[in-house]
Design a protein around this ligand. Structure first.
Ligand code: TXA
Ligand code: MG
Length: 361
């Protein structure tokens, strides 16, 4: 299949027009949102939605987010919407916020993957809004990446994963946030944060008065714990490289990373360090990459850095842990998944020794 790429900075109207026709005709379109790129289809068409799962290689039990552009659309697909849910939608839409609501059950089965709920988001990106409005469709769209790969945040990522597999790609440059939307279950009395994002737990708490953070956000789920959000149980955002998250106070952190980096290289592995700009100097002539000055910049750069590590055939990535608050909770949630929850505590010599001993096994 030939892919037509529209550069939105030069051919916005033509791109939206062609993409809207494709969506209305039951075809797939890749488009940018303020979070990550999405691979979208008409949410009312079972056959169109099936194509998304096929293109991504996505397990059938992982449900999709329905994207809308006007408030009336949420009432077409969700029911028993509580005052709490209304408050959250008012506060955070349009924006990087997905709310899980009771479904009316009138969408193709595959979207909710058998659940009685539906995840809905009103994106703020103009492209996404225009695509929804011009196509006349609500758009089901997961992140545009092959299942298990980091989400696509730039045109090169989506071309790498989907060139000649979808008819239309809208190139809107790099996405603003760089991490997927916050997913929040608002079917109960207290909102439950299922996936952290740019709308932070603190922001939800402020609006709702309280918030529960699903245990799956910060820990590995054991086999027997049912996942509230099916996406949580998959080893997501997985690069080819092994990722090691290293936490601890400043001087210990850098020293631990240096010791593990040097031992890895000595054992014949190609290593890389991902950190904030202010840490770069500590690593001297080692291969350390800055993800920016702030956690916002880090979120924006993270997925690209993981893809680049793979392209450079890096074997092991050491990631400096950040504080799990604000957007830092989302950054840590994604990197912990990429690491398969492998965390080394720089304050514990045993952890470092165990890592180094493991290199020779
Ligand atoms: O920023 C985003 O949310 C992007 C852009 C394209 O909008 N989309 C995205 O979709 O990240 P996806 O499919 O990669 O992630 C959707 C997440 C998954 O973890 C899924 O399990 C969860 O939302 N989800 C979807 N429907 C759900 C439901 N009814 N209940 C609980 N979780 C749900
Ligand atoms: Mg995804």
């Amino acid at each position: 299949m030939h892919t037509t790429v529209y550069d939105l900075s030069r051919e916005y109207d033509a791109g939206i027009d062609a993409a809207a026709k494709a969506i209305a005709g039951g075809k797939l379109v890749i488009f940018p949102t303020e979070t990550v790129y999405g691979i979208g289809a008409d949410a009312s068409s079972a056959s169109a939605v099936t194509k998304i799962f096929a293109a991504k290689g996505r397990p059938a039990d992982n449900p999709l987010i329905v994207h809308i552009a006007k408030m009336t659309q949420v009432y077409e697909i969700a029911q028993d919407i509580s005052p709490l849910a209304e408050k959250l939608m008012q506060a955070f839409w349009p924006g990087p916020f997905t709310v899980v609501l009771h479904s009316k059950g009138n969408l193709p089965h595959a979207i909710s993957a058998g659940l009685t709920t539906v995840a809905v988001r009103m994106p703020s990106a103009k492209v996404a809004q225009d695509l929804i409005l011009h196509s006349g469709c609500m758009i089901a769209a997961p992140s545009a990446n092959k299942s298990g790969k980091p989400s696509g945040t730039g045109i090169m990522h989506v071309l790498q994963d989907f060139e000649n597999e979808v008819p239309i790609i809208l190139d809107g440059g790099d996405t603003q946030v760089g991490l997927e939307s916050t997913v929040c279950d608002a079917t109960g009395e207290v909102p439950v944060l299922l996936r952290p994002g740019a709308i932070t737990a603190e922001m939800i708490q402020k609006v709702a008065g309280s918030v529960k953070i699903s245990p799956a956000v910060q820990q590995a789920l054991d086999e027997n714990t049912p996942a509230l959000s099916p996406g949580m149980k998959y080893m997501h955002y997985a690069p080819e490289a092994k990722v090691v998250v290293v936490k601890g106070e400043k001087p210990f952190l850098a020293n631990a990373i240096k010791a593990m980096y040097d031992s890895s290289e000595k054992a014949g592995f190609t290593a890389e360090i991902l950190c904030l700009f202010q840490s770069l100097l500590c690593y001297e002539n080692r291969n350390a990459q800055s993800l920016g000055d702030t956690v916002e910049e880090e979120a924006h750069a993270l997925f690209d850095a993981l893809r680049k590590a793979d392209a450079a055939k890096v074997d092991v990535v050491f990631f400096e842990a950040v504080e799990e608050s604000g957007l830092g909770l989302a950054v840590m949630n994604r990197i912990l998944r990429a690491a398969g929850f492998l965390v080394v505590d720089a304050m514990k010599e045993g952890d470092i020794d165990a890592y180094i001993a493991g290199l020779h096994r």
